[in-house]
Design a protein around this ligand. Structure first.
Ligand code: FE
Ligand code: CA
Length: 538
């Protein structure tokens, strides 16, 4: 535990220390001295902020002039200055400090900037020598005893770079939201193959495995993804809260069991996979504005955590990968008999400790809305072949989703129902198409009460997984009556506005992902009224 480096303590941060002190437009009082090899290009990955609290936020950058080729900085640590101001021109600097960008952490920087005022907008930037970063905008959370009148956020997931461009992120940047909530698949681990010449993945040290393995593999892949201008614009515009799913490490992994896939990936022994997971988690930490404690070399990192927005919203962010038991049946393509999931009595997606953490948090919550962000679809989704109008064969389900862990889901939804937490909402991704679902403890008994609503965002760019749209629609009508909205053919995001009286979700869709500048529009809007379960068209 000695090597915990999440919030380096050498920052010497001074919140409020230089308030209104000068009108300098450079981040420090001392005249800057150039650092050999460090130019403005060192900030090629932009900046980011995340995990907002009422008094602070994590500020992130990574010095990497060659982001897809090892970073490109000279060896050795680099001292980086940071500033937080109330205006984009940095006339009123309210916090500043200095932090070491360590070579052992790919010259990434995580500043835990504290002493800020609750519920307000800030601007931040970094400087290394004479090199100046772009400016990011962020927002602290409202005070615990505040009564905010609204919160606006985007729910996003699944951005396979090889499958297209990210107009959704340009739209999110333009929305100017309080928060972007990413529930996983920020990178994909697959080998280079794309119909867009400028979207081909970086080549890992050992191609042909269909997965990344080394720390450099993962770093270069993040470097590639984070070079995208639309993604950077979305980071520069809002604070983010992120949680990983499987592809940040390897498709469909579960705990320390890796994929036995059909893409060339082979089962590794748990020790080998633990090393791979340690590399993946470290690279994740190095590239995200997350408040977490990284222990280099460890395959474990706790990222499940909770955020409060005054008396308006509690946001529980879950990690359903690191602690989960293997999918029942271990089908390489996820799909298997739904009975395997219903009978998975020993299974869990969260692990006992996280399950207890969620239960306790729901029980003690006093906020109007209570959101649970997790990775894969919570609601039951049954699929069955239809031939000549008749159902054929057994009922199938995606066993990597909550459907693979039936008793765990029943436990979780029972806990939600019995907790007393008002207006529960589940936020999910992973399936690359958009859904709004009524949640019931037992989905096979549609006569029982709806206990909450689930919003599943479509992907930013990852391809639609299910066989075809018509097939899904027919199955929803026959087998999944709790599905209220479904759209499979478009990429985009779910834009959410939370007020004391209403939860509103705009289903945002990009016309195409073949172009960076494709228009993004609202397909439909759905609303929950506070105090009344169930969702309806706006
Ligand atoms: Fe995905
Ligand atoms: Ca996934």
């Amino acid at each position: 535990m000695v090597a915990a480096v999440a919030a380096c303590t050498d920052s010497g941060g001074s919140a409020g220390g230089s308030r209104g002190a000068d009108s300098a437009t450079r981040p420090a009082s001392r005249p800057p001295t150039p650092i050999p090899g460090v130019t403005d290009a060192a900030f090629a990955l932009g900046v980011a902020s995340g995990d907002p609290l009422p008094d602070g936020v994590i500020l992130w950058t990574r010095l990497a002039p060659k982001p897809t080729a090892g970073g490109g900085l000279p060896a050795g640590d680099v001292s980086v200055e940071w500033q937080v101001a109330t205006d984009a021109g940095f006339r009123t600097v309210v916090a500043s400090g200095r932090q070491t960008a360590r070579a052992t952490l790919a010259h990434s920087v995580h500043v835990d900037a504290r002493g800020l005022a609750p519920g307000r907008e800030y601007f931040y930037r970094f400087r290394a020598g004479t090199a100046l970063s772009p400016t990011g905008r962020t927002r602290t959370a409202p005070a615990a005893d505040a009564s905010p009148n609204r919160l606006r956020l985007a729910l996003v997931s699944c951005q396979d770079l090889q499958q297209g461009y990210w107009p959704a992120y340009s739209a999110i940047a333009a929305d100017g939201l309080d928060l972007v909530l990413h529930v996983g698949d920020y990178i994909y681990e697959s080998d280079p193959k794309s119909r867009f010449p400028d979207r081909r993945h970086t080549t890992p040290a050992t191609p042909g495995l269909g997965q990344l393995q080394t720390l450099d593999d993962y770093r270069d892949r993040y470097g590639q993804y984070k070079s995208d201008p639309a993604l950077q614009a979305a980071h520069h515009a809002s604070a983010w809260v992120l949680a990983w799913d499987d592809h940040e490490v390897e498709n469909n992994y579960a705990g320390l069991t890796d994929e036995d896939g059909d893409t060339g990936a082979r089962h590794q022994d748990p020790a080998a996979f633990a090393r791979q997971r340690a590399h993946a988690y470290q690279a994740y930490y190095e590239h995200q504005p997350i408040r977490a404690t990284l222990v280099p070399g460890s395959p474990n990192m706790r990222i499940y955590r909770r955020f409060g927005y005054g008396d308006l919203l509690t946001l529980n962010v879950m990690d359903t990968r690191q602690y989960r038991t293997p999918q029942p049946g271990r089908r390489p393509n996820d799909i298997g008999p739904s009975a395997l999931g219903e009978d998975n009595t020993a299974g869990t997606m969260a692990g006992a400790a996280q399950e207890a953490w969620l239960r306790d948090g729901l029980r003690s919550s006093r906020t109007r809305w209570n959101a649970i962000a997790q990775q894969t679809m919570m609601a039951q989704l049954h699929l069955q072949a239809v031939v000549n109008g008749r159902s054929v064969g057994s009922v199938a389900a995606n066993l990597d989703q909550n459907d693979g862990y039936g008793p765990y889901r029943t436990r979780l939804l029972t806990a939600v129902r019995d907790s007393g937490a008002t207006n529960p909402v589940v936020l999910s991704g992973d399936i690359h198409c958009a859904w709004i679902n009524d949640l019931r403890v037992d989905f096979d008994r549609p006569e029982t009460p709806v206990i909450g609503t689930e919003f599943v965002c479509t992907s930013i760019s990852s391809g639609f997984l299910l066989i075809n749209d018509d097939f899904v629609r027919r199955n929803n009508e026959r087998l999944n009556p709790h599905v209220r909205y479904y759209r499979g053919d478009k990429r985009g995001y779910t834009r959410i506005e939370v007020t004391p009286d209403q939860w509103r979700a705009d289903q945002r869709i990009a016309q195409t992902i073949d172009r960076r500048d494709a228009p993004v529009t609202t397909d439909q809007s759905w609303v929950i009224e506070a105090g009344r379960t169930g969702v309806h068209r706006a």
